[in-house]
Design a protein around this ligand. Structure first.
Ligand SMILES: Cc1cc2nc3c(=O)[nH]c(=O)nc-3n(C[C@H](O)[C@H](O)[C@H](O)COP(=O)(O)OP(=O)(O)OC[C@H]3O[C@@H](n4cnc5c(N)ncnc54)[C@H](O)[C@@H]3O)c2cc1C
Length: 259
């Protein structure tokens, strides 16, 4: 039996769907694998934000997308970390900077020194040893020095991007379609399952099916395949996550946003 994957169907065209399509189009180029993404204009994407963390830069590198071009297209800005102002109490703030903290000293990772300082009765804030946090507080931006080979404070700098998620999906859609991904504008009503319980095809509204060897469910909270068809079960983490909602809002436009 030929188990090679010759066709892939992605259900959903939000950030997850188009990111999956782009990565697969890139890594499978030249293999002849067909990739089809199905999305429905009747079901909107979440499309808020979007704050990212440094692996987004690796993602762009994998796709050989020029970062400057991507940022212009997605109205993006750089970020060196996330600063939570008034986090636990008014006036209190908490930094989650990207990159490394402090240098290695005598081949010992920096956190050993930090723990030693604490054991000696000091109460050092770990962000005080982060170049990203210092740059962010100063309203400055720098990239890692490639000559540092990931060593030292400037070598350990990492950055991420903050962009408009809707524009990201649009950018990746154009990018993916140019690389042979087929987009199907249809609502999926469910899945046709094989006797062994695996998905055989997507049932399209108005008739017709989309068969594939591999299905990727990017239908968002609906979980059209993983939940509605396969009933894999929802794992509720709310007892570990005291925050159960998010509110998106706009702030005044800052002509010079801090990184
Ligand atoms: C207020 C808020 C703030 C957030 N902030 C961040 C953030 O800063 N950083 C971050 O990383 N994440 C953030 N998130 C989470 C992030 O926005 C979502 O996880 C992400 O956008 C979800 O994308 P998705 O592609 O999985 O799903 P969706 O955007 O929901 O896309 C689902 C897709 O599936 C399609 N679809 C669904 N059902 C069908 C069907 N039956 N037939 C055909 N097509 C179908 C839809 O048309 C759509 O294209 C935030 C979320 C919220 C609500």
């Amino acid at each position: 039996m030929d188990r090679a994957i010759g066709s892939i169907a992605i259900l959903g065209g939000g950030t997850a769907g188009w990111m999956a399509a782009a990565v697969l189009a890139q890594v499978l180029r030249g293999t002849g694998t067909s990739i089809t993404l199905v999305e429905s204009a009747d079901i909107p994407t979440v499309g808020v934000g979007e704050a990212t963390i440094p692996p987004i830069v690796d993602f762009l590198r994998l796709l050989e997308i020029d970062q400057a071009e991507f940022m212009v297209a997605t109205e993006g800005t750089f970020k060196l970390g996330i600063r939570f102002d008034d986090w636990t109490t008014p006036g209190e703030r908490y930094w989650h900077p990207f990159g490394t903290f402090g240098p290695t000293i005598d081949r010992r990772p920096f956190h050993n020194m930090w723990h030693r300082l604490r054991a000696a009765g000091d109460d050092p804030r770990v962000e005080a040893y982060s170049l990203s946090a210092a740059l962010g507080d100063a309203g400055r931006m720098a990239f890692a020095d490639p000559r540092a080979g990931g060593v030292g404070p400037s070598g350990g700098l990492r950055h991420a991007l903050h962009f408009d998620a809707g524009l990201v999906a649009r950018f990746l859609r154009t990018w993916s379609e140019r690389r042979g991904v087929t987009r199907l504008e249809r609502k999926v009503e469910g899945a046709v399952l094989r006797d062994d319980g695996f998905v055989e095809a997507l049932a399209l509204k108005g008739g017709g099916h989309l068969a594939a060897d591999l299905f990727i469910d990017c239908s968002g909270f609906r979980g059209v395949l993983i939940e509605e068809a396969l009933k894999t079960g929802y794992e509720d983490w709310s007892r570990w996550l005291p925050c159960d909602r998010a509110v998106a809002g706009l702030t005044a436009r800052d002509p010079n946003p801090p990184p």
